[in-house]
Write a protein that binds this ligand. Sequence first.
Ligand SMILES: [Fe+2]
Length: 315
Amino acid sequence: MTEATRPTTIADLPVQLAAAPKTKAQASARYFNTGNAFDVKLPAVPDQSFIDEPAKALHPDTPTGLIACDVSAQLESAVPATTPLSLARYAKIKAGETLSTEFIASGIIVYVITGTGTTDCESEQIDWSTGDVFVLPGGGVHRYHAHGTDAVLWIVTNEPQLAFEHLRAPEQGKSPTCVVHYPADEITKQIDLLYAVGRGKDIPGSALILSSTSQLAIRNVLPTLTVAMNSLQPGDAQRPHRHNAMAMALIIQGEGCYSIVDGKRKDWSQWATTVTPAVSVHSHHNEGDKRAMFLIIQDGGIYYYTRAMGFSFAD
Ligand SMILES: [Fe+2]
């Protein structure tokens, strides 16, 4: 190394490797330092609203199949992804037809946008209809059969999370969730109860949190993923806040509603999948005349478990 090429700071050092490795394992080692290891800049998570995907799924000419909300190219993700750890899809199932899926996920969350049908999973059967939510263990083949009319489902998995660690789906009976079904009429009753009882100012919203016997201790449906049916009364707004979890929402009823995400307005559109990136400052506003309803999936479980939720109000 000449005086001219000698680095003046460790930040200028290239990646180092053993000069004389004795084994293949030693030859595999690479060495960085505090000056040059942290210059990998991942692209930001887009605060996207997926509108074309639900329009396509709901179009009568669309055949049975899956339509992913995939921004893997923008995220530089090796697998289809909506956010770094999760993937949302719309599933179209024509009347009388069956859609088979096999996801490498620890669990699968489904909302029924329209239609009625049946899904078999691990010797149990779910008879679903519009407005239901259900959760299936990951791994294995699931068959969704639509009855007399076309069905459209919203399906969220943590496939990118498993892919990140090169993990496989759990074997049958080893998933962190059992089969769970939240019928639409029960969801409505539970939300009515929240409003009938009311809440104090210290409770930040009127969301129905979905959990199960499998995940009772942490009030989730999966160790990482939380599911909530959130609501917002006409004229109401949720205070600006931030948290380390991302939020992915399916807009069920959102006429006259919008969000402000890092100062930018995002108008809501029915059946859109909308992403609120982690740590962004965001607020939700209902200027319509109906109660807004939106199903929210968050990867909050991972931050809760690592004691790093990072929730704060920003007003
Ligand atoms: Fe939030």
